[in-house]
Structures are given as structure tokens and as C-alpha cells.
Design a protein around this ligand. Structure first.
Ligand code: PLP
Length: 387
């Protein structure tokens, strides 16, 4: 897909370049004997099952999570978040979120508000997307059953103070679900240190694997309180018509996305802890470079934090002298620069940032982004906004 003439700055949507070995691993599964797992006992099926097990172990290890059997494969980030939200909340329950959440969180919650009368407490963030952790305290109630927070905004890259939030929630016994769509693979995440009950990660963004696959890491006690959204065949306990209670089968009905898991296994083998640290550092450096350049352009406003601190490499601008959609269109058609324009499935975040309804042009940095890409994007934006 990548061509020489394209500069891909839309890694927040999906990593444009996958980790080395991903396509080979997917092809090796599909071109070999693409056997199912957990259904049969012959050797190729057991070998595939071993790869699935190793992938769970790699995910557990990357996120400092002690229980690989509680790593559940999901059809993606949105599905994983729905599984937790709808698996736990019951009529009349309260849930607390920030004002920076993605629709993968807000739409299932609004659906439950409509269908089951749940109450949503939305903690307002500042106009740069930051949150004082103590601001959540007035929004925690006796009947708050769940807290869902994004780790970093998919609109402006601002990170929430999840360590402090985790401690406040833990002290009050409120389960904490972290939406790590924009941070998994970009920055180190420690499940235990954050006092998480559930961590949702997509396979196709910072983890550099194929799309259509994600993972939910579930604290063992918390997993027992969740009802599975999907029930069906697991290849186990086939004498019963009841869903198995043990993990991960309880939440993995139907055949898994095996080509995806083979690809994600390769991606995670590449993404060692050291590699994540080095990507974190280089993406921060590139974000600084982009932000330094954007400050020079008086025809755009940077939305969110103005420097590289407290953020990931997701950078949004609002064009002051022209329509954002036109700017994004010209960046692509005249300079081959791929960005994302609009509201990024996060209307509440844009209301917080003061960019609703016009939205922003979003440049997002990731694996494969170079200094030359940033310089080219800055020069192109200068040219486009100049006239
Ligand atoms: N949460 C956040 C913060 C996101 O940025 C995204 C996607 O961009 C999602 C959830 C949903 O991810 P997916 O589309 O991979 O299901």
C-alpha cells in the first residue's frame, strides 16, 4: 500500500506500516495448513494453538499482566470496550468517564442510558484536554459501578493522569477500565501499577499488527463479574449448552481471528519492551519537532498541549484562515500527505477543546515516521495555508 509519494501521518487511525514479520506470519498461516484451534487434537491444530497461547503470553508480558489466561482476544478495540461496558452495567448503575472519550465508549454508554437507564457522569477536562485527577472526586458516587477513561486523546494526544486516577478509584473500590487505543505500543503500560480492572488494546494501531483484532486484559476477580456478550461454541465443555465459566473460553465464543493472531504474535515479538521505549522517545522527539514548526505558522492554531510533554504524537490543528477539510484535501492531493480531518469519532472531546463542530486536521505520528516526513508536512501546510 505504501508508495514513495505518500507521507502517512494517520497512525492514530491505524499503523500504516506493520511490524517486520507480520505479513509473513499471516501468509504462513494462510498458505500453510490453516487449521482451527481447540476443536481437534492433530498436530497442526496443536501447533496453531501454541501460537495463540504464546500471543496471550506476549500481550501479558508487554502490559505487566500476571495472568495470560485472562487475556481475551476480541474483534477489535470497539468490541472489547462494548464487552466490558455491556457485560458489567445493569439498570440504574452509574458510570464515570472523562469528557475526552471516543464514541467506542460513549455510544455503548448512551445506548445503555436509553435502554437500561444507566447514569453517565462525565468529568469535564480543561480546554487543552488535561484533567486534574482530583476533579473526578465529585463524580464518584455510592452507586458508581464502573470508570472508563481514555489513556490519551485520539483528537489532540493529551494524556490523562491515569496513575492518579487509578489510585483514587482503587481506594474507593471502583473498577477502572483503560481505553489504551492511542497508547498501547507507543508508551509503556503497567496493568498492576495503574490498578486496572480491564485494559482494552487494539492490535492494529501502536501494536503494529493486523486490523480486526484486539485484546482485553481482565483482572481475574473482575472477569467473574462480567457477563459474556457473545455465547457459543468454544471447542471446550461440549457436553454442556451453558457457556464455560473458565477463562479465556468464557469470553471467546466462535473461531478466533487466527491469521490476525499469527500476525500480532510477530508484531509483539518485534515490539520488545526496549523497542516500545525507543519508539516512545523517537515519537516524542518528532512530536516536538512538529509542534515547534506549527508555532511558526500563524494561520493555524494547535489544539491541546503546545509542547511534547504530557502527550502522544497525535497533533490536531484548526486552520484560522481556511476550511479544515479543504486544507486536508490539499495536503493530500498536492503534497501526498495523509491526515485525518473532522471530528474523529469524539464529539465530546471536540466540545472540550473548542473545535466543535468544525473539527480539526489531525497529524498522527507512528512507526516509520521520519524527521523528513514532519518537515515535509510543515512545509506543505505553510504552502496550503498561505493561499
Ligand atoms: N478508543 C480510542 C481512543 C480510539 O482512538 C479508537 C480508534 O481510533 C477506538 C477507541 C476504537 O478503535 P477501533 O476502531 O480499532 O475499534
Amino acid at each position: 500500500m505504501f508508495t514513495e509519494s505518500v507521507i502517512y501521518l494517520d497512525h492514530a487511525a491505524t499503523s500504516g506500516k506493520k511490524a517486520p514479520g507480520v505479513s509473513t506470519a499471516v501468509a504462513a498461516y494462510l498458505d500453510g495448513l490453516a487449521a482451527n484451534v481447540n476443536r481437534s487434537t492433530y498436530a497442526v491444530s496443536s501447533q496453531a494453538a501454541m501460537r495463540v497461547l504464546e500471543c496471550r503470553e506476549l500481550l501479558a508480558s508487554r502490559f505487566r499482566f500476571a495472568s495470560p489466561s485472562h487475556v481475551v482476544f476480541t474483534p477489535g478495540q470497539t468490541a472489547g470496550l462494548n464487552m466490558v461496558i455491556k457485560g458489567l452495567l445493569r439498570p440504574g448503575d452509574r458510570v464515570v468517564v472523562s469528557s475526552m472519550e471516543h464514541n467506542a465508549v460513549m455510544r455503548p454508554l448512551n445506548q445503555l442510558q436509553r435502554l437500561a437507564g444507566i447514569k453517565i457522569d462525565r468529568v469535564p477536562c480543561a480546554p487543552d484536554g488535561t484533567l486534574d485527577p482530583r476533579a473526578i472526586l465529585p463524580y464518584l458516587h455510592e452507586d458508581t459501578r464502573l470508570a472508563v477513561f481514555t489513556h490519551a486523546s485520539n483528537v489532540c494526544g493529551t494524556m490523562l493522569p491515569v496513575q492518579e486516577i487509578g489510585e483514587l478509584l482503587y481506594a474507593r473500590g471502583i473498577p477502572f477500565v483503560l481505553d489504551a487505543a492511542q497508547t498501547a505500543g507507543h508508551v509503556p503500560i503497567d496493568f498492576g501499577a495503574l490498578h486496572l480492572s480491564a485494559l482494552a488494546v487494539p492490535g492494529h494501531k501502536g501494536l503494529l499488527g493486523p486490523s480486526g483484532l484486539g485484546a482485553l486484559l481482565l483482572d481475574p476477580d473482575f472477569s467473574e463479574r462480567l457477563e459474556p456478550l457473545l455465547c457459543g461454541g468454544t471447542g471446550s465443555a461440549s457436553d454442556s449448552e451453558e457457556q464455560p465459566s473458565y477463562m479465556p473460553d468464557r469470553f471467546e465464543s466462535g473461531t478466533l481471528n487466527l491469521p490476525g493472531i499469527f500476525g500480532l504474535h510477530a508484531a509483539l515479538s518485534f515490539l520488545t519492551d526496549a523497542q516500545i521505549l525507543s519508539l516512545d522517545e523517537s515519537e516524542r522527539r518528532l512530536a516536538e519537532r512538529m509542534l515547534d514548526g506549527l508555532v511558526q505558522n500563524k494561520r493555524v492554531r494547535v489544539v491541546g498541549l503546545p509542547t511534547g510533554a504530557g502527550r502522544v504524537g497525535v497533533i490536531s490543528i484548526d486552520c484560522l484562515t481556511m476550511d479544515n477539510a479543504e486544507a486536508a484535501y490539499r495536503l493530500e492531493t498536492e503534497f501526498g500527505i495523509c491526515t485525518r480531518c473532522g471530528l474523529h469519532c469524539a464529539p465530546s472531546a471536540h466540545k472540550t477543546l473548542g473545535t466543535f463542530p468544525q473539527g480539526t486536521v489531525r497529524f498522527s505520528i507512528g512507526y516509520g515516521t521520519t524527521e523528513a516526513d514532519i518537515d515535509a508536512a510543515l512545509a506543505a501546510l505553510d504552502a496550503v495555508t498561505a493561499g
